[in-house]
Design a protein around this ligand. Structure first.
Ligand code: TGC
Ligand code: FAD
Length: 394
């Protein structure tokens, strides 16, 4: 397959750019250029081979895409949340798996170490994670506990000067390549704790998950703990309970809200250009009403989501956001993007199912994105509980 030329042009129907600062636009431009140069030309082949492009780890570190909101003293970018959102939008415009790598590293590994960790833990792990020297992963989901992580079985037992960790995590992004895992496990009192586990600890393994039709360029695996001896200083000291991992998810779901719209923007841009060029019945298919309806609805939904994300970013930067607002934006963006990818694929006819265009890859990726970090239905229930005060989960 020939290397792809990426001519992406971003839709901005309501001049949302005017809400951004010059710094925001510069950050967006630098990540967009990186994606055009380093991701678009290679990602389809990696996805077809179901291979993780491991070189992106160092590249994303150099671009400042790992932990952009973490303070600079720990290697982070010290940026605001709009900057972080724009980075995730541009990365996922290239591929959801690339954004996943960055989300996990920044929001699910660096954030808990920064927020819940000791000063020693911050200094030991954050600078190496920020540069991509180390890759991290986040272990919450288990074979029998996905939407309901509070029921987890993975556990730690006090063994004097160290802990003994047992259990298994499933569906873990980055796991096969990670040097560090932030793992959530119950102690003897049934309380959930965060533990930092390092590759090389005896009894710790990370088998790869094969056979995915989605996120094929992202590495997914299990985390298996068989009497792993973990030093006590690896416990995150400043959090206990499910609010620890759920607090990380709020940060990562925020990034997905922006990222999924990046994928939607790519699908729209490709479908628009294809429809203007593809001639059937003697005229470009963009001139047919049914195709215009699809395009008009796509740009409408993208515009609404761009405005929602921008407002969410302002609330996030001001420290005023609620997890429920983030949940709504994540759900909305994933649904919008999945629908747009499907319509765009149809607009390309047979070409839409090939790797000549990124649409089928986006469409399949988005099936994971709408599932992980809380499924669409779980996010509906989060909003439902927030507006009614009634819990429909249990
Ligand atoms: P519940 O009793 O509601 O809550 C327990 C405690 O947590 C607090 N809380 C939150 N805190 C921060 N952020 C949030 N989003 C929060 N949601 C809840 C809550 O206030 C409470 O605090 P406290 O002080 O009273 O103890 O818990 P529940 O057991 O009823 O569960 C609620 C539910 C279903 C919403 C939650 O468990 C959930 O979100 N389930 C979905 C699971 C999920 O999203 N898993 C994601 C795994 S990681 C992943 O997918 C990474 S993919 C990464 C990639 O590749 O990009
Ligand atoms: P289940 O919880 O079994 O849900 C099955 C169905 O039941 C869903 O449709 C769900 O909406 C529905 N359902 C469940 N409960 C209710 C209810 N109360 N009311 C109504 N409907 C309900 N996890 C990590 O910890 N770290 C990672 O890095 C990570 N990466 C991932 C990467 C990929 C590619 C994928 C696919 C998943 C990843 N996950 C990760 C796991 C992901 O978060 C879970 O798959 C997700 O939370 C759903 O859990 P589950 O698959 O067990 O589905």
């Amino acid at each position: 397959m020939a290397a792809k030329t990426d001519n992406f042009q971003s839709p901005d129907y309501f001049n949302v750019d005017e809400l951004l600062t010059e710094e925001h636009k510069l950050i967006r431009e630098s990540v967009r250029s990186y994606v055009k140069k380093e991701i678009s030309p290679i990602i389809e082949e990696y996805a077809q081979r179901a291979e993780f492009p491991v070189q992106i780890v160092k590249q994303l570190g150099e671009m400042g895409c790992f932990g952009p909101t973490i303070p600079e003293q720990y290697g982070g970018g010290g940026l605001d949340y709009i900057s972080y959102g724009l980075m995730m939008q541009e990365l996922e415009r290239g591929d959801s798996g690339v954004r996943s790598t960055a989300s996990v590293q920044g929001s699910l590994v660096m954030f808990p170490i920064y927020q819940y960790g000791s000063e020693e833990q911050r200094n030991k792990y954050l600078p190496k994670l920020a540069t991509g020297e180390w890759l991290g992963c986040f272990g919450l989901t288990e074979p029998d506990h996905g939407s309901d992580p509070g029921g987890m079985l993975t556990n730690i037992k006090d063994a004097g000067d160290h802990l003994i960790l047992n259990g298994a995590k499933m569906w873990i992004s980055n796991a096969p390549f990670a040097q560090v895992a932030v793992v959530w496990a119950k102690d003897e009192t049934g309380e959930i704790n965060g533990v930092i586990v390092e590759r090389g600890m005896e009894g710790f393994s990370t088998p790869t998950t094969h056979g995915k039709w989605s996120l094929r360029a992202s590495a997914t695996g299990e985390l298996v703990f068989d009497n792993v001896k973990v030093p006590k200083e690896n416990i995150l000291p400043n959090v206990k309970g499910l609010k620890g991992p759920l607090g990380c998810l709020t940060k990562a779901r925020y990034g997905i809200a922006w990222g999924a719209i990046g994928a939607a923007m790519d699908c729209y841009d490709i479908a628009l250009n294809y429809a203007k060029e593809r001639v059937q019945f003697g005229r470009p298919i963009a001139g047919f009403q049914l195709q215009q309806k699809k395009l008009a609805e796509m740009v409408t939904e993208i515009t609404k989501a761009q405005l929602l994300n921008w407002r969410l970013g302002v609330l996030m930067s001001e420290g005023k956001v609620t997890p429920q607002q983030v949940s709504m934006a994540k759900r909305n963006a994933c649904e919008v993007a999945a629908n747009i990818a499907r319509d765009a694929r149809q607009m390309l006819g047979g070409m839409g199912i090939t790797g000549e265009y990124p649409i089928m890859r986006h469409m399949m990726n988005l099936e994971s994105v709408i599932t992980y970090e809380g499924t669409h239905d779980i996010h509906l229930l989060i909003t439902g509980m927030d507006i009614t005060g009634l819990n429909a989960f249990k």
